[in-house]
Write a protein of this length. Sequence first.
Length: 309
Amino acid sequence: MAQKQNKLTQTGIVALLACVCCILWGSAIPVIKTGYHLLQVDSSDTASQIVFAGIRFTLAGILVLIFASIKEKKLMLPDRELFKYAVPVCLAQTVGQYFFFYIGVAHTSGVKGGIITGLGNFIAILLSCLVFRNERMTSRKIAGCILGFAGVVVINLMGNSLDMGFQLIGEGFILIAQLSYGISTVLINLFSKKVSPVVLSGTQFTMGGIVLTLIGLGMGGRLGNVTAGGLAIIFYLALVSAVAYTLWSILLAWNDVSKVAIFGFVNPLCSVILSALILGEVKQAFNVGSLVALVLVCAGIYIVNRRKN
């Protein structure tokens, strides 16, 4: 009985922390749009958006390393051993995922971008089970992913149309970004058992942010109007990344990829709802479609995390 209660408590903690991550990530979407407006970054200026993202993630990495140093009461800097693990995570997550994502989003519709992004959680679970073989694929995991992805499709199709067009630089790049996300999720799960997930997160963010900034500047990107408000937005987004990704890395270090990644389907729901609240588009979020999407995602999460009697 006590063991069962401990398992239920552990599952509840995972659910709580994962949902906190998704709420933070969900708040990032409307805040990013606000930041683009304040810093005069045009929605079609991909290079400047990459610079924006690079500065955000560099600052996020520094914040994580500062937090780790305060917590451990000593300077927590990466050593050669940690760099060995941070480089592949950095290339897959911060550089690979966001470079292809920002370019892809600029060349496709929001509906298709949102739906393809939902595939990232499915890809992470498939890679963990079938490629890296960290865990066993089960019918429950497949069913949970299908329900979760269905929820993503519903939330993105509300009041919108979907065409079947596909181009490499648009939908293809977003798909590559989600493949990078899936790979990075599995790598974090593996590497966080060998090194500190917090220092790993901070190091890969700092490295990846610098690389993205240099790539964006090389493409001709810039921030047009640096103001106190714009800097405050970047700091908030850096804090979101620092907290959310660090918590996510800790969860991956102690749990199977499937039990954590399935909560990623909550992210688009949070994005739609928080965007509606912040940007004033309430009718677009609070309707029957949102309720259906929420039910589908919750059902998927329950099925994957349900323990056999």
